[in-house]
Write a protein that binds this ligand. Structure first.
Ligand code: SF4
Ligand code: SF4
Length: 426
């Protein structure tokens, strides 16, 4: 075998056979990033290094464009943090350009009725996950792993089922926001759930798989699909005026934004955990965590939480997890992201020259931390829309924000679902 296998039923990844020259780059990438060559875990890194464009995300954007023309539906889009720092690569902007305002403007021009920000969902995940970590620390049920990367969750389910009980029970920001759109948003705006189409815009192809697990999100489209939509609708992206997100599930905190980089999930959860434990804002270090930022494959440090110390680790690209497996007892909290650099390096980002990939990822990372620096609200617990959501809804109504990760599901293009029980060893 010289190239990655792409199952015809893969809901995330597609290969155009006529374009494939059998060069083997995709397999080399898969071995380098994931360290194995068995089943696909949907990270899509092979797309970014295929020299002929034979590999692409499984496209869903035409279905979304059709819904945008249908006045019977309210079509809501929510945008992951990493899209805004990468979309400019396709329109001649310098790498890492922060184009949030133009991105929102393009989505409105396309006809989306509401444009929300997944940094809201990230803030919600941070609140729930910090709270869970606090409980696990009290109950001495450590280490805990992050669970926001579906490729990591799938990898754990397939290859390390014993670790599944150590994953946070939190759904990903996209899955949480999808659930909130079909419940909280539906109620507050008095729009029946069945009349809402929720579309997640993301750098990630793996979320196309995840949305079958949590079907409150109707469609997942990637940054590269957004570029195709902008071109198809002949929108002049460069000259667009800046626009803002809608309220209710709008732009979140700096912590929610840096979720899109390796180490960002850890940093933002620690900011909130510190506050939950000490009832005061975390020290400056928690807002410039150089030990866990950046592109190193593996990062670790000990964090002083005042009442106790936490040993933390950040795994940046899947292959690195093997370094940890035999010494898990040394750590309290571990972040794992499948793609190098975290979601800013996701397989659904626009194609750039392969030789420039690393430098471009670094520019995207810098851009995110700069926006966090510029933002007044850097902590999820300070996000007023999150506070309102807990006051008005989450604490009163039943909304599904957690999961037990008990099943691996295989999906086909026809959305036929077969469920395989995970062989979790007790
Ligand atoms: S990298 Fe692209 S062209 Fe090369 S073998 Fe893989 S799919 Fe084919
Ligand atoms: S790191 Fe981010 S982009 Fe990559 S598979 Fe995980 S969630 Fe998706």
């Amino acid at each position: 075998m010289n190239r990655v296998e792409v199952d015809k039923n893969n809901v995330c990844l597609n290969r155009v056979e006529e374009k494939c020259i059998n060069c083997g780059m995709c397999l080399k990438t898969c071995k380098n990033i994931n360290g194995f060559e068995k089943d696909c875990i949907n990270c899509g890194q092979c797309i970014l290094t295929c020299p002929t464009g034979a590999l692409t995300p499984k496209y869903d954007y035409q279905k979304v464009l059709n819904y945008l023309k249908d006045t019977n539906y309210t079509v809501v889009v929510f945008t992951a943090p990493a899209v805004r720092v990468a979309i400019g690569d396709s329109f001649g902007f310098p790498p890492g350009s922060f184009l949030e305002g133009k991105m929102v403007s393009a989505l409105r021009k396309m006809g989306f009725d509401y444009v929300f920000d997944t940094t809201f969902g990230a803030d919600l995940t941070i609140m729930e996950e910090a709270n869970e970590l606090k409980k696990r620390i009290e109950e001495k049920k450590l280490p805990m792993f992050t669970s926001c990367c579906p490729s990591w969750v799938l990898y754990a389910e397939k290859y390390y089922p014993k670790l599944v009980s150590k994953l946070s029970t939190c759904k990903s920001p996209i899955a949480m926001q999808g659930a909130m759109i079909k419940s909280y948003f539906s109620k507050m705006y008095n729009i029946p759930t069945k009349k809402i189409i929720s579309v997640s815009l993301t750098p990630c192809i793996s979320k196309k798989y995840e949305r079958f697990l949590y079907p409150e999100t109707d469609f997942v489209i990637t940054t590269s699909e957004l570029v195709l939509m902008i071109r198809q609708l002949e929108i002049d992206f460069k000259s667009l005026k800046e626009d803002c997100f809608d309220k209710l599930l709008g732009k979140g905190s700096g912590g929610g934004l840096i979720f899109g980089t390796s180490g960002g999930v850890m940093e933002s959860i620690l900011r909130t955990l510190y506050y939950m434990i000490n009832k005061e804002k975390a020290p400056d270090l928690f807002y410039q965590f150089t030990d866990i930022r950046g592109e190193k494959d593996f990062k670790e440090t000990i964090v002083d939480m005042q009442k106790f110390k936490l040993k933390i680790a950040v795994v940046n690209k899947m292959a690195t997890i093997k370094k940890l497996i035999n010494k898990l007892q040394e750590y309290d909290f571990i972040e794992v992201m499948s793609c190098p650099g975290g979601c800013i390096g996701g397989g659904g980002q626009p194609l750039v020259a392969i030789k420039d990939l690393e430098a471009i990822r670094q520019e995207r990372i810098n851009s995110m931390y700069q926006d966090d620096k510029n933002l007044e609200i850097k902590d999820s617990y300070m996000n007023q829309e999150i506070r309102d959501a807990y006051d008005y809804y989450i604490n009163k109504e039943r909304v599904e924000l957690h999961t037990n990760h008990k099943k691996i599901k295989n999906f086909t293009n026809n959305d036929e679902i077969s469920i395989i029980e995970t062989k979790e060893e007790k």
